[in-house]
Design a protein around this ligand. Structure first.
Ligand code: WT7
Length: 602
């Protein structure tokens, strides 16, 4: 416990904690009990007070080519104005604020303004559909929603406010604050207010009240094994301690020297922990880029690395594989010599991508830190130290100091090297989730019922002969598409909500670029005409483009056990073009022949 107390010293505490960990209410942990702090003050004001007001916090790069450098002093002023603005709308500590914004500075400012007021934010990825936004806003009972007129995507302005309007039709949300980004005409209703009209005239003075260490900081929704996303709850002191600690040790971050860039979107946990809270708590200078990596050309990231002298670059395997496809001659056109540490997150990185990343981006020498963690863990849990004597392409290797992880078998017994098992976290950690918003039963059931006294991560893993950990992918019905978690049930329920579909089964099939691709099998309703394209679009409308199936097969039947459970294993065999496995437990063993026959017909 001295270890975590030492890490907590990285932060400014208005009131020091009395106890490092109270685990008596397990599985609900309390870290740094009695301590009081303000997350926004820790990320912004204290750096200004320490004389670093002129240091650039954010080199922001817009997709169309506009850019802004924001110093810590400017960031403080903006966060204070925004906090005053939200307070003027009646936002108080404990109120939830939903944020759906593109990757613009206001997104970070809005999150920090909420943190400053003690109002938990719930950021919703900009690519989520109106109905996905609606269910999240309703579940969290958000009082205010912050959005933009539109966002730039691949050189095009696409509407955002219109989606929000659709999502919020008839909802209890009191105010919608709209940032002007793309400049298109948007109808402003009675509850709508422009960000610039609301925020710009506010005072830059705002007193940052200290909140209890366990005060909720944010809710972030993630997919589980059912159709309904879970609102993962994170609190203040423990979360901020662990994100600051890991951002510093895993990336060997040096404030004032490094230029850091994490390519995630703030709509995901990676953006929360490694764009907003970790780096800013550590007084990083970072790049924030709004757009897609091939707009206007496939060298965009490397041009940015060269221009700003990026030294730490953190991205996902799916993007590395995309860069590989575009060709190594593209990064070769730029000076990437500033890069010193490379990171990977989101899925196991295949050794081929690892080697390419090291060779063509890291000059053959940069350490690659493969970081395993989850929305639920809040911060990095398993990663090789950047000064590691040996890196193993494809292995996240060892828990970071202070963290304990184990690979166990069905009975909860630690497995021998080489055997596969389940990854569990057998000790509480500061940034662990503090529940599923409004659903205690689901929290206990999902994470704490499989193994006594340990957190079940949902990932398969094994040890190698050195005791290093290799992650093997999800063991539940959760797919990993481009590093994003999508549940099979979510896509299935979107499919069956279409009138032409009677039944649907969805599997994740290996995909050379995205890790997994979504493959759906649908049984049409009697005599109904189904258009596969229409169904794909329907899923994109229901959930968002990231959930669009790569392939939809129209089949007469689905393989089920006698108890009616769909055997996804067999469907995966079909989707991955393998010979079909053991069918003896099927209620009707002829079904697979029909499906395979159907496949060759399509
Ligand atoms: C799931 C969590 C953590 C931020 C991004 C995703 C997979 C993540 C790795 C890695 C192997 C990984 C796991 C995990 N995953 N990083 N380095 N090696 N698998 O957050 O959406 O909560 O997804 O992503 O399956 O359970 P998330």
């Amino acid at each position: 416990m001295d270890f975590w107390a030492e890490q907590a010293e990285r932060l400014h505490w208005d009131v020091r904690w009395s106890e490092v960990l109270d685990w008596s209410g397990a599985p609900y942990a309390k870290w740094f009990t009695g301590g009081r702090l303000n997350a926004a003050h820790n990320c912004v004001d204290r750096h200004v007070e320490a004389g670093f007001g002129d240091q650039v916090a954010i080199h922001w790069v817009g997709e169309p080519g506009d850019s802004r450098d924001i110093t810590y002093a400017q960031l403080r002023d903006e966060v204070c104005r925004a906090a005053n603005a939200l307070a003027s709308l009646g936002v108080r500590a404990g109120d939830r604020v939903a944020i759906q914004l593109p990757m613009i500075p206001e997104a970070i400012v809005a999150m920090l303004a909420c943190a400053r007021l003690g109002a938990p934010h719930s950021v919703v990825f900009g690519g989520f559909s109106p109905s996905a936004l609606r269910s999240r806003v309703e579940d969290a009972e958000a009082k205010v929603v912050i959005t933009a007129d539109g966002q730039f995507r691949r050189g095009q302005a696409v509407p955002m406010k219109a989606n929000v309007d659709e999502a919020l039709a008839g909802s209890a949300v009191e105010k919608v604050v709209v940032v002007r980004r793309t400049g298109e005409d948007v109808p402003m209703g009675e509850r709508d207010v422009w960000w610039h009209e609301l925020v710009d005239g506010q005072s830059t003075e705002h007193f940052a009240e200290a909140f209890d260490s366990e005060h909720p900081l944010f809710i972030l929704y993630t997919s589980g094994t059912t159709g309904k996303p879970k609102g993962i709850l994170h609190t203040t002191g423990g979360y901020l301690t662990q994100v600051a600690y890991t951002h510093q040790v895993v990336f060997d971050h040096r404030p004032g020297e490094d230029v850091y860039w994490c390519t995630a979107d703030i709509g995901w946990i990676t953006g929360h922990s490694y764009i907003v809270y970790g780096p800013l708590a550590n007084r990083a200078t970072q790049v924030v880029y709004e757009g897609t990596p091939n707009t206007p050309h496939e060298g965009r990231h490397w041009e940015i690395v060269q221009k700003y002298g990026v030294s730490i670059y953190y991205t996902a395997p799916t993007l590395i594989r995309t860069f590989m496809k575009w060709g190594e001659d593209i990064p070769a056109r730029y000076d990437l010599s500033s890069l010193r540490v490379l990171g990977s997150v989101g899925e196991p990185i295949n050794p081929e991508a690892w080697r390419w990343y090291r060779e063509h981006i890291g000059a053959g020498t940069a350490p690659i830190v493969d970081t395993w963690w989850q929305t639920e863990t809040g911060a990095i849990m398993i990663a090789p130290p950047p000064g590691s004597p040996e890196f193993k392409p494809g292995s996240a290797q060892t828990p970071v100091p202070g963290i304990s992880a184990m690979v166990v078998d069905d009975a909860g017994k630690e497995v021998a090297p080489g055997e596969s098992g389940y990854l569990v976290l057998d000790q509480p950690w500061p940034s662990m989730l503090r529940g599923v918003w409004g659903d205690d039963a689901r929290f206990r059931e999902t994470y704490w019922s499989r193994f006594t006294g340990a957190y079940f991560a949902g990932d398969g893993a094994r040890y190698d002969a050195d005791g290093d950990i290799w992650l093997l992918g999800r063991v539940d019905d959760v797919m990993n598409v481009s590093g994003h978690r999508i549940s099979t049930a979510e896509v299935e329920s979107a499919l069956v909500s279409h009138p032409a579909v009677a039944e649907a089964a969805v599997v994740g099939a290996a995909d050379p670029t995205t890790g997994q691709g979504i493959v759906a099998f649908v049984i049409p309703r009697d005599a109904a005409e189904v258009s596969v394209q229409e169904l794909r679009d329907h899923v994109a409308r229901e959930i968002g483009p990231i959930a669009k199936p790569r392939q939809i097969m129209v089949v007469p039947e689905l393989p089920k056990t006698r108890s009616g459970k769909i055997m996804r294993r067999l469907l995966r065999d079909v989707a991955e073009n393998r010979e079909i496995g053991d069918v003896t437990t099927l209620a009707d063993s002829g079904v697979m022949a029909q499906i395979a026959g159907q496949k060759s017909a399509t």
